[in-house]
Design a binder for this molecule. Structure first.
Ligand code: BG6
Length: 519
């Protein structure tokens, strides 16, 4: 009999319930804590952090005692801060503000001048006092929702006033959360790390990559290592190539100041794309534990074949969008965007061929592509299998047999699809490729967890699984820095930058590769 509840499935005749065992930790099991947000009057706080924290409050997923202390240079009272956030999040239609007042009572505000030791000392006193009143146990998360140029000074001041110190025997903890970019090349990444490590140990540092918090990205490891049938064929013997696509239809929006300095290689490749590559290529860790998983990812980083200067441009296509049409609307070219230098040579598209130099992946190309103002927003991993070694059908079928393909869809469809061959029903012997698909939320009745909510919970629990470890950051920059230097300092960088029309799939120079991964 088919299961009646979508959460139930029948295995060997026994009914098992899926999903429920996965309910999140109960509030009582989470340690009390204070989230201290630097940059509390900014966009990230209003658009991401507070909505995520509020959604956790609504589902009663927060610790019993918790507080949020907003800090920034602006002078605000607690009530002004609460009201400002309420106004900001009430713009989000989906948010139910009925229980806002209860949540708002946990929000506090303390103005801080980031480079003043005196001001940070006042913050320390304020936090100690609040701990006593709110029973938050001295556990603190310092979230740097500020421009990266401010990371060093804030980390240093926090350390100087003793806020990074932890209680003995785990009595109280202090954690710092930073978002990418972690530097803009190898040297600046090492410098940033030195500053962070002056006040915090590696275990106290949480480097966010929001791609890692996406459900379907987390699922890659489950899919690969909780099934027997994929792992034996996940190698050079069966896989022809792997494609990783993160295409966006949006342009640079209002981030030209940052993007002009970054470009697509720093913005998407140094972090998200390399993480997707590592998750697809890594070996199975001995245990599903943060450091064991990060060890395996680092090993992929060490195995990626370095590109020699002479062969670099055979393996890399850079592009920049021109004006064009997207969804029937005319959009400007990158150089016409507000804040962009009209002669800018910042790449907004890159497609790069990687090779992972190890036993499993020898000779298998990994095509990674990401760009702005492409035909549509789509994020996916394509695993293309090899052709059948011998076609016994060659006399009856004139068509070529299409090889199997597995697609791990991340956006817009969160789904897994497998394409394989079957016979067309009827008297004639004909083949047709069919698709077997699984939609990620199929049979799941809970509410999906927002990526920022997931990340915040993991920091509260001290789980590093979804965060970058410094060796990974260093490996990613060691790979990319020579490439960036070569592209940016060669005699004619513009000659290597191929313009492409907005609304297409990138420069013509990459279309052959692109056709391998885009339908
Ligand atoms: C960010 C980049 O990290 O990721 C942005 O800075 C990019 O430029 C964004 O648009 C893409 O994220 P997502 O989740 O929309 O694929």
């Amino acid at each position: 009999m088919p299961p009646t509840d979508p959460l139930e499935a029948s295995v060997h005749g026994k009914t098992i319930t899926t999903g429920q065992a996965c309910e999140f930790a109960t509030p009582g099991s989470l340690p009390p804590c204070t989230l201290v947000i630097f940059g509390a009057s900014g966009d990230l706080t209003a658009r991401k952090l507070i909505p995520a924290f509020y959604s956790l409050y609504l589902t009663e997923s927060l610790p019993e005692s918790f507080t949020v202390v907003g800090c920034s240079r602006t002078r605000l009272s607690h009530d002004e801060f609460r009201e400002k956030l309420k106004q900001a999040i009430s713009k989000e239609e989906k948010i139910d503000l009925e229980r806002w007042d209860g949540f708002a009572a946990k929000l506090f505000y303390q103005p801080v001048t980031y480079d003043s030791q005196e001001s940070c000392r006042e913050l320390a006193e304020y936090l100690n006092d609040l701990d006593r009143k709110q029973n938050t146990g001295g556990n603190r998360i310092f979230y740097l929702a500020v421009p990266p140029t401010l990371y060093p000074v804030i980390a240093q001041r926090i350390g100087e006033v003793g806020l990074s110190q932890e209680g003995e025997n785990g009595r109280s903890w202090a954690r710092i959360v930073v978002e990418k970019p972690f530097g803009r090349d190898l040297q600046s990444a090492l410098d940033l790390d030195n500053v962070l490590h002056k006040s915090f140990t590696e275990n106290q540092i949480f480097r966010i990559d929001h791609y890692l918090a996406k459900e379907t990205v987390q699922n890659i490891l489950m899919f690969r290592f909780a099934n027997t049938i994929f792992e034996p064929i996940w190698n050079r013997n069966y896989i022809d190539y792997v494609g990783i696509l993160a295409a966006e239809d949006l342009g640079v929006e209002n981030r030209a100041g940052y993007y002009e300095q970054a470009g697509v290689l720093r913005d998407m490749f140094q972090n998200h794309m390399i993480q997707l590559l590592a998750l697809t290529a890594m070996e199975p860790p001995a245990l599903f534990e943060d450091d064991r998983v990060r060890d395996e990812k680092a090993k992929v980083g060490r195995s990626v074949k370095r590109l020699a200067r002479e062969t670099l441009m055979d393996n890399l296509v850079l592009g920049q969008y021109k004006g064009g049409m997207i969804d029937g609307k005319e959009v400007p070219g990158y150089r016409e965007e507000k804040g962009v230098n009209p002669d800018s040579i910042t790449p907004t598209f890159a497609m790069m061929r990687f090779f992972v130099d190890n036993w499993r992946w020898q000779g298998v190309p990994f095509y990674l592509a990401s760009g702005k103002r492409l035909a549509r927003k789509e994020t996916k991993i394509v695993v293309q299998f090899k052709n059948v070694p011998h076609s016994m059908f060659r006399k009856v079928l004139d068509e070529k047999i299409t090889a199997n393909r597995l697609v791990l869809g991340i956006y817009p469809e969160e789904e897994i699809t497998l394409i394989f061959q079957t016979k067309v029903p009827g008297a004639k012997s004909c083949l047709r490729p069919v698709t077997m698909d699984f939609t990620y939320y199929q049979g799941f009745q809970g509410s999906p967890l927002d990526a920022y909510a997931k990340v915040l919970l993991d920091v509260i629990m001290g789980d590093h699984m979804l965060f970058w470890r410094q060796d990974g950051v260093k490996l990613a920059w060691s790979y990319l820095t020579p490439i960036l230097e070569e592209c940016e300092t060669c005699s004619n960088p513009e000659a290597r930058l191929h313009p492409y029309e907005a609304g297409g799939w990138g420069p013509v120079e990459s279309l052959d590769w692109m056709s391998l991964i885009v339908d």
